[in-house]
Design a protein around this ligand. Structure first.
Ligand code: SF4
Length: 266
């Protein structure tokens, strides 16, 4: 049995897993088991014990958060910048580049457009990857629904930092150059650009160490406990689908009264 366990490939992790785990490990577990059930056609049961004790905070340690640069206004790209990657699965991305600036890397076109770091078992798709004039590669993640007002006050933006750090690592693995930073671009469709802005997230040794340790922690967490907190639960998809009996608040989209409060369904 021990030999079998050693041969098992490391659990696959995505930037979205990291973000979700940082909010509520149980939410991540429920999302992953649901996806695995759909893919395999078999019921995959969550590893979280039925007698789990909910946590007050996520067990994930805080990521480095120094050197973030906040910019009001539009993200302007230089004439010499090139768009080398775009997530074709996203339908609402803004047009940042002129036609002649688009140089999509042939290695990462659909259906091979998921960027993978096999060394740490991380994969995902940034919205864009830009190649700057100096050769540097920069991942850009677009958030269409997050207005740029109150950036510093919003605890939710910490999730965006985590996503950007993970995307920097993916770009490093895929393109062979370590980015010095990633970008989160906040659009404002409803406000006609009035509250647009973008944030530059540093990526260096400290961020990469944090990422590696975070992935190790996720893989080794055999509990994946719930973190019932209104700020987490109101937008939690498993809560919306009635799959969490620990929810501290109803899902924010007119959740019906009964399903979520039944027995745990993994
Ligand atoms: S409803 Fe709350 S406690 Fe339950 S999985 Fe979602 S975020 Fe976690």
């Amino acid at each position: 049995m021990a030999a079998v366990a050693q041969l098992r490939p490391p659990e696959h992790v995505t930037p979205h897993d990291l973000v979700t785990y940082s909010r509520c490990p149980y939410e991540m577990e429920l999302l992953r088991t649901r996806h695995a059930s759909i893919v395999t056609g078999q019921t995959v049961v969550a590893r979280t014990p039925l007698d789990v004790v909910p946590l007050r905070h996520s067990p994930l340690f805080t990521h480095p958060n120094l050197g973030v640069i906040v910019n009001d206004g539009r993200l302007d790209v230089a004439p010499d910048d090139r768009l080398v990657y775009e997530d074709q699965g996203e339908g609402d991305l803004p047009i940042l580049f002129a036609e002649e600036q688009i140089r999509a890397d042939a290695r990462y076109r659909p259906p091979n457009d998921t960027l993978v770091d096999p060394t740490i078992g991380l994969s995902g798709r940034p919205d864009f990857v830009i190649q700057r004039r100096n050769g540097e590669y920069v991942p850009v993640e677009y958030k269409s629904t997050h207005l740029f007002v109150g950036y510093h006050e919003s605890h939710g933006r910490t999730f965006d930092v985590i996503q950007s750090i993970a995307e920097c690592r993916l770009v490093h693995a895929a393109f062979g150059h370590r980015p010095s930073h990633g970008i989160i671009l906040y659009g404002d469709v409803a406000g006609d650009g009035e509250h647009e802005g973008w944030v530059q997230i540093p990526y260096g040794d400290a961020e990469e160490r944090w990422l590696r340790a975070a992935i190790t922690q996720i893989r080794s967490d055999d509990t994946r406990a719930p973190v019932p907190a209104e700020r987490n639960c109101v937008s939690c998809a498993p809560n919306k689908n009635g799959r969490c009996r620990y929810a501290a608040a109803r899902y924010g989209d007119g959740h019906p009264a009964s399903p979520g409060w039944g027995p745990l369904r993994a």
